[in-house]
Design a protein around this ligand. Sequence first.
Ligand code: LHQ
Length: 258
Amino acid sequence: MDYRTIRVEEQGGLCRVTLARPEVMNALSSRMREELLHAVTEAGTRARALVLTGEGRGFCSGQDLGDARALGVPDFERILREEYEPLLRAIAHCPLPTLAAVNGVAAGAGANLALACDVVIAAESAGFIQAFTRIGLIPDAGGTWTLPRQIGLARSMGATLFADRISAADAARWGMIYEAVPDEAFEARWQARAAHLAEGPTEAYRGLKQALRASFDNSFEEQLALEARLQGQCGASADFLEGVTAFLEKRPATFSGR
Ligand code: LHQ
């Protein structure tokens, strides 16, 4: 696909996808959603880790409001079902670990796009705004599912009713994201984390993602059975053999991703 609104770079098993419409704080146009879906799906077949980040001073400002105006009376239900859902599903079910490197403000669907990733690392100057009610909408792009699970109902209600800007530090303290990093250390930090994931035991990552995400819908018994099945698969992987061999030989493991 000819990418016009994102940049996709692959190196050493890491696929880096950069939202590249900095003049509108990387607002999500219809074209960008299509390109993102394509890039995430493709990466899942080749790479070993996926990073989502933004160009310029923002991560993503959510739905392109210019786009929405051009639509007259927009059919948001269709846009969500046909354009947002496949993208959010592709990220949630991506067989690779996904990392959102939130370089600046993440607003509306842009915030929830980041929160759909497995790990979120944000620069300290970044912030998360559930901006929806500012324009008379409810949170979407999975936010009403993700937020209560991450930060509980009280904070989800407050953050969405008031549409406050949640600082990266508060987001980390609340458990909305994994790490808030000082701006000067941000780039090096997420790159080191991403490299760790791209060089790790890919099958184990795939299994743990599946297990943790399934846990919200499973009973304890179902979860134990799922763990046993997935661990059975990991036990047969080349990376398990390498991990144990490296441990016994007192050297760092070199995982192949198989
Ligand atoms: C933008 C945008 C933007 C276009 C900044 N669009 N241009 C999904 C699907 C279906 C239905 C509807 O909804 C949804 C979900 C949603 O995402 S709804 C929520 C949409 N997003 C927002 O409401 C956030 C709107 N943006 C903002 O609140 C601010 O721009 C933020 C907080 C992101 C950044 O503020 P500042 O740092 O002060 O920058 P700025 O406001 O000056 O923006 C810079 C430029 O980017 C500016 O253009 P200009 O030509 O004046 O330089 C903005 O108009 C443009 N921009 N967000 N979403």
